[in-house]
Ligand binder design. Structure first.
Ligand SMILES: [Fe+2]
Ligand SMILES: [Fe+2]
Length: 216
């Protein structure tokens, strides 16, 4: 299955789970369905943020919808975290409703803008190769508890992450960029928030990152 088909299929699966959640009567059933939704969304976040979105940047460059998508992933993760903490409490159900609405909005935009663009611009072999890598990454994520990667991702979001993993995919450049990114993160504590953000951004992304940071 190619990357775009895989993502659409996962969107449909999560949508069906939200409908099951709404129809379920027993609290135990609702919590069980929520845990399935949470695990799938965290796995889906990983395959888009780590593999698909960087591949989109490689194919068609930086893109407004893509950058919005990355920011929305952070908000969705925060909603998952809050709903998970609220299990067994009266707020649980409406926090899952908030999560559902955020996911629906994000999926609509992704399917209207990012996915068709990638389907048009990437060649079939690339989409197939990405699909395979994404499915494997998703299965790895589903084999583990979602809470640890969720917490780690949220820490990055709170530290001001506005980007995916680096788009350069070679082992050497990935290591170098990770090192640079870690260096910027450690300096971030000693600098103002805005300064730290622009310090992490590079090249043509600096201006856009700063604009988005001040707009948010
Ligand atoms: Fe998606
Ligand atoms: Fe997404």
């Amino acid at each position: 299955m190619n990357a775009v088909e895989l993502l659409k299929e996962q969107h449909r699966e999560v949508n069906a789970l939200f409908r099951r959640f709404e129809k379920a009567r027993r609290t135990d059933d609702k919590e069980e369905i929520f845990l399935e939704i949470a695990a799938r969304l965290v796995g889906h976040d990983a395959i888009e943020r780590e593999i698909f979105y960087p591949a989109c940047e490689d194919v068609f460059g930086e893109d407004e919808a893509l950058m919005e998508g990355i920011a929305e992933h952070g908000l969705i993760e925060f909603s998952i975290f809050r709903a998970d903490k609220a299990r067994g409490e009266p707020t649980f159900e409406y926090l899952v409703t908030v999560l559902k609405e955020m996911v629906e909005h994000h999926v609509d935009e992704e399917e209207e803008e990012v996915l068709p663009k990638m389907a048009r611009k990437a060649d079939a072999a690339t989409l197939e190769r990405l699909g395979k890598a994404m499915l494997k990454r998703f299965e790895d994520a589903m084999a583990k508890d979602f809470r640890r990667p969720l917490r780690e991702d949220l820490q990055q979001v709170l530290a001001g992450r506005t980007r995916t993993t680096p788009p350069k995919r070679t082992a050497r450049s990935t290591t170098r960029e990770r090192t640079a990114s870690a260096g910027a993160r450690s300096k971030a504590g000693a600098r103002s928030k805005a300064g730290a953000r622009s310090g992490r951004a590079t090249g043509g992304r600096r201006k856009q990152g700063a604009r988005r940071a001040s707009a948010s």
